[in-house]
Design a protein around this ligand. Sequence first.
Ligand SMILES: [Zn+2]
Length: 573
Amino acid sequence: MKRSIILSILCFSFLTGCSQHSEEISVDYFSLIRPEFTGKIAYETTDFVEDYWRVVGNTGFNKTIYLIADSLQAAGYVLEENAKAEDRLTYRIEKRAMDNQTWEPISASLQIAGTEKPLLLSETNRNMTYLNSVSTPKEGIKAELVWIKSVDDLNTISVKGKVVFAELKARQIYKIAIEKGAIGIITYDNPDYLQPEKNKTSIQFRSLPSQNDTNFWGIALSYEAKEKLTAKLKKGSTEVMVNIQTKRYPSEELTIIANIKGSVLPDERLVYSAHIQEPGANDNATGVGAQLEMAKTAAKLYSESKIEFDRTMTFLWGDEIISTRRYIEEDSKRAKGIKWGISLDMVGENTAITGGTFLIEKMPDPSAIWTRGNDKHSEWGGDVLSIEDMKPHYLNDFILSTFKKQGKHANWVVETNPFEGGSDHTPFLKANIPGLLLWHFTDQFYHTDNDRIDKVSQETLKNVGTAALVSGLELVNAGSNFALNQISDLERRAIERLENEFQLSLKAIKTGEKIDDEIVILRAWEDWYKKAIATVKDVVPNTDNTVSSAIKKAHLNISSKSNEFTKSLSETK
Ligand SMILES: [Zn+2]
């Protein structure tokens, strides 16, 4: 179902544009980008943005938008409303009314009554206050703390006028806690990948829904604070002093979009997307910064006539998933021309400190159904997909091979993970537009108040930004040569994949797996790669017989390898 929709969109864009395609020039984009892209702008932008706890409409979010605008302007992008027809580099800030008030934290403290020092202070733990918490009275409150060990406890233990403590997720308890008259919640539920017993002071940020009629607050604890608080609770009745000050006020939602207009196929485009909201440095001040340096580097090289853009390159900064989804959904004509989407999210990690590696999260391929061999999910985790979810496309292998070139050049580790979702690549995929994610995981400081600038590496920002921009330039200028290169690369990778899967299946059969099930896996990869190879047609006119016959030849070679392996599997004893 899904694939046929992709193909019809691709044919449409081809019909409207590819016949005018200019002659493809082969450019070594790495040699042009590497001397320019130092990661300095990306790092400095990250440093500015990470100072703020960002959510749509608040001070930090909007300051980020205007910083990007000023920086784009300085690089030669013209505000759309002032742009002349010949201006190829433009930007705009979209403003929208918000249904709910925006929010920002001011200060917070938590203290056990009868002790001398606060247990937590916002100066050292800025994620302690739940997003959307209201303020306590200025002088704070003192109240009894009630330990709730399960949701059911809220039906048997009185919490009216009291504060609830639970080692549960807020969404499991906050509604009923409000109904029962509790004034706030204090929770602890840090996941194991944060290594809480080692990173004792980290608090992973937590949220309440936007509050209009309620007056509720939440405090999330670090492991250390949780240990101290539970020790006190075990001794008997405990009172806490809580002072939370936050700001809630009407605002507007801003999104900033920059374009470098294509000279040949301006309605066809690549969209890069980076989300601004969330409090971290790596998540996602780095995506904001890397994407800004990409936009500025592209502008500089264009102004020096070193690069051209056949298709349009778009850079979008906004609210995660929401802004990207809206960009796709609100203009169906524009959406038809979006050929690729790339999400930059957590792209500047100093992995020596954060752990994990750089990852390319692939569009759904069979590794998201049968995750085995070298394929591994991140600790973020993913659902097991089915054949209907597959999105065969050349984008996965193309991006991987481009990033591997940077990896080899810079001695930098590039890995992949099967599709998991949760960032700006998902709206593209939902709309049947090829899309993937550039990110890092595991990060032992993910979503915590220890995700600060000291965990960010300019070197990583440089590597990701360079490879992402090179990939984009190749895509927006892709023609027959690009298509032919992809066909031979994909054929080689398909055969490598079949060989690997064949070996894994042999082992699986020895451990009792059914032969037929193993054949299904190999056939799924064969099918995925054959379909992925056919998608290169989206960058060439369909009168291009060289490409068509290269596709046919690659299909035959893949089929014959697959037949050989499946025959061999079926003869396994
Ligand atoms: Zn993020």
